[in-house]
Ligand binder design. Structure first.
Ligand SMILES: Nc1ncnc2c1ncn2[C@@H]1O[C@H](COP(=O)(O)OP(=O)(O)O)[C@@H](O)[C@H]1O
Ligand SMILES: [Mg+2]
Length: 249
């Protein structure tokens, strides 16, 4: 039996008079990778922003492990085990890889009132994590994010989600503007995350990429969910494209 991790129920979102979402339901089970597809403006980003506390829903409820939660901000989402990775991931580019991994959750050394960061511990953990997410090049954990490629930045953001054991990792178009090898890296991370028991919501323009890593596809069109149980093994890319454009009727 599938164990429900997240359930969004009847989510409606207005931006002023623009209705971005209308009565959307979305369920993600534990250990499941869900691909969220839809044309530009379909409402994908808005839906995951509601789930990650970045924007408030106008109406509707969110349940995590069956319990109703209020998502008033990103900290609420993180406290509920939800980590979101955007294309320009939420990293501070001037800070090191190690500092970014522990952003807001830094380990301290010595007496608490000294507020002295335990840099050694952060760098040791960071080095181990970088290996785990497949950055094989020897990049010191003290390297600032600015010095990294797009794919390496994604790897750092994903490593952070994995280290803090987020239940759900949301990736909103993480492969845009990445090279071929870096894109393969991101797809590999998604598989690694799933294999270690994490759930993912994966948004990408390239349907072929989505087909490679997801268990189930949800399609949105004009602020509503129009399909929520497409299995990559049982549907073709062309069929899914017809659902996305609305030419399937
Ligand atoms: N901050 C905003 N203010 C006003 N309208 C917005 C805002 N963000 C998104 N929208 C509108 O909401 C709709 C859904 O957008 P979005 O969720 O970004 O779609 P997608 O991610 O599927 O491309 C679009 O019509 C978009 O123009
Ligand atoms: Mg978007």
């Amino acid at each position: 039996m599938a164990e429900e991790l997240v359930r969004m129920a009847g989510i409606t979102k207005f931006y002023g008079r623009v209705k971005a979402l209308e009565n959307v339901n979305l369920t993600v089970n534990r250990g499941e990778v869900v691909g969220l597809l839809g044309d530009n403006g379909a409402g994908k980003s808005t839906l995951i922003k509601v789930l990650s506390g970045a924007v408030p829903a106008t109406s509707g409820d969110i349940f995590i492990k069956g319990r109703k939660v209020e998502m008033k901000g990103t900290p609420d989402a993180i406290a509920n085990g939800i980590e979101t990775i955007y294309q320009d991931s939420a990293l501070v580019t001037q800070l090191s890889i190690a500092r970014n991994l522990f952003l807001g959750r830094e380990p301290l050394r010595g007496p608490r009132w000294l507020n002295r960061l335990d840099l050694e511990q952060m760098e040791a953990v960071a080095s181990a994590l970088l290996k785990q997410v497949g950055i094989s090049k020897a990049i010191p954990a003290s390297t600032p994010i600015v010095a990294l490629s797009g794919g390496e930045r994604q790897a750092v953001a994903i490593a952070r989600a994995m280290h803090f054991d987020s239940d759900l990792i949301i990736l909103d178009e993480p492969t845009n503007n990445l090279g071929v090898a870096e894109t393969q890296g991101v797809l590999h991370f998604v598989r690694t995350a799933r294999d270690s028991g994490h759930s993912c919501v994966f948004i990408a323009h390239n349907i072929h990429h989505v087909f490679q890593v997801v268990d189930r596809i949800v399609v949105m069109r004009r602020g509503t969910v129009v399909a929520d149980d497409i299995r990559p093994g049982q549907s073709s890319v062309a069929e899914v494209e017809r659902v996305i454009t609305g030419m399937d009727a």
